[in-house]
Design a protein around this ligand. Structure first.
Ligand SMILES: NC(=O)c1ccc[n+]([C@@H]2O[C@H](COP(=O)([O-])OP(=O)(O)OC[C@H]3O[C@@H](n4cnc5c(N)ncnc54)[C@H](OP(=O)(O)O)[C@@H]3O)[C@@H](O)[C@H]2O)c1
Length: 355
């Protein structure tokens, strides 16, 4: 009894974070689970109130209610760069942009640049896009370029981004470890090999994306400083897995991309000088593509949509300037629920998924 009293006194006197020095680990874990549960139960109602109040404050007081019921307008971008266009979502985006341009009366020109390592696939895509546009536009109205590049090569990406005055730059290249594993099963790799692959995957998804986005933002800011008021947009492709980053370095990188995009957008929004510059983040769930084909657990691919539908929704979100173009559907919802689990439960879940 005396010992318990002493322990409780020590915990009370010192921060709960160091309580593990006085308690058996399991009891310490249990206490944290209960604490997290209580905090979550208390915080959720508060979050609802704060969410509603901040929505009303922003839209009714700060914006004067003028945008509340206005449907967002489509903006026609004319010089578009798609990085990661040779397959899947990027490829369908190029076709969607071409179809939209072909049917639009109010847009006179389009320049589209397709980037990836697979030159042949992008050359083929160039032909397909040209065929769509040629149905309603003379050849002098459009230009489609193909550039071969690996996004992890920062110098090359900077060169491509600065080739012309792009008004829409989509940093869409990405890879998962399942694509990197090729025909081999996860069980055929050692733990070290898997971790090495995770870091390589991070390099493409995070560094590769910022290798495109950062020089793009830099140039757009310099142009705005020089008086260019034209609307310009940078889009980063994240993933629904970003809502539960504990699953690996792919979701961790994608989660960082959501943070980076929102932070850049907020920085630009806060300066009237850069009110023509936009940053958005695309959050897909399961989309039919080379990436989704490589995923071993097909039964987990809930809410799968075609890359054509994903491209339609994405392009509409870009033209309407959504901050977060979330098309992750049911998958994103499940990931968000996982995120809310107490650490202990989510750690067991991660261990289960990693088996
Ligand atoms: N499909 C899904 O279910 C899903 C879900 C969430 C998020 N996403 C994200 O959506 C984006 C598009 O993926 P997807 O589903 O369309 O997959 P995909 O069909 O495999 O396309 C990936 C694209 O990224 C390019 N890429 C990969 N590594 C590259 C590198 N090192 N350098 C340059 N380009 C590279 C590929 O081009 P090359 O091979 O020619 O280099 C390809 O065009 C990715 O960022 C992905 O993470 C997809």
């Amino acid at each position: 009894m005396e010992q318990l009293k002493q322990t409780l006194t020590k915990i009370w006197q010192e921060p709960i974070l160091v309580g593990h020095q006085y308690l058996p680990p399991k009891i310490y874990d249990l206490l944290w689970n209960i604490t997290e549960g209580i905090l979550t139960a208390l915080l959720y109602p508060i979050c609802i109130v704060v969410g509603v109040v901040s929505f009303l404050y922003y839209n009714l007081i700060k914006k004067g209610g003028k945008d509340l019921f206005k449907s967002s307008e489509e903006y026609n971008y004319e010089k578009i760069l798609i990085v990661g266009s040779s397959s899947g979502i990027g490829r369908s985006l190029a076709l969607e942009i071409s179809s939209k341009f072909a049917t639009r009366k109010n847009q006179k020109s389009l320049t589209l640049t397709l980037v990836g390592r697979n030159l042949a696939a992008n050359e083929k895509l160039k032909e397909e896009c040209s065929a769509i546009i040629k149905e309603s536009h003379p050849v002098e109205d459009f230009e489609i370029n193909v550039r071969q590049a690996d996004v992890t090569n920062a110098e090359r990406m900077k060169e491509i981004v600065n080739e012309m005055d792009y008004d829409c730059i989509i940093a869409n290249a990405g890879v998962t470890i399942f694509v990197m594993m090729g025909d081999k099963k996860p069980s055929e790799f050692t733990t070290l090999e898997k971790i090495q692959m995770e870091f390589k995957c991070w390099e493409t998804n995070l560094t590769g994306c910022t290798n495109t986005a950062f020089p793009a933002i830099e140039r757009l800011i310099q142009d705005a400083d020089n008086g260019n008021k034209k609307r310009r947009h940078v889009i980063l492709t994240s993933s629904g897995t970003a809502y539960f980053p504990e699953m690996g370095l792919y979701p961790t990188a994608k989660s960082a991309l959501i943070g980076i995009a929102r932070n850049l957008r907020a920085k630009l929004e806060s300066s009237p000088k850069y009110s023509n510059l936009r940053v958005s983040v695309l959050v897909p769930g399961w989309v039919h593509s080379s990436m989704s084909k490589a995923f071993p657990a097909k039964e987990m691919q809930l809410g799968m949509i075609s890359s054509e539908l994903a491209a339609k929704l994405t392009w509409s979100g870009i033209e309407r300037d959504f901050e977060i173009i979330d098309i992750s559907g049911v998958w994103g919802l499940i990931m968000r629920v996982f995120l809310k689990f107490p650490f202990n439960l989510s750690s067991s879940l991660v261990a289960l998924l990693d088996r």
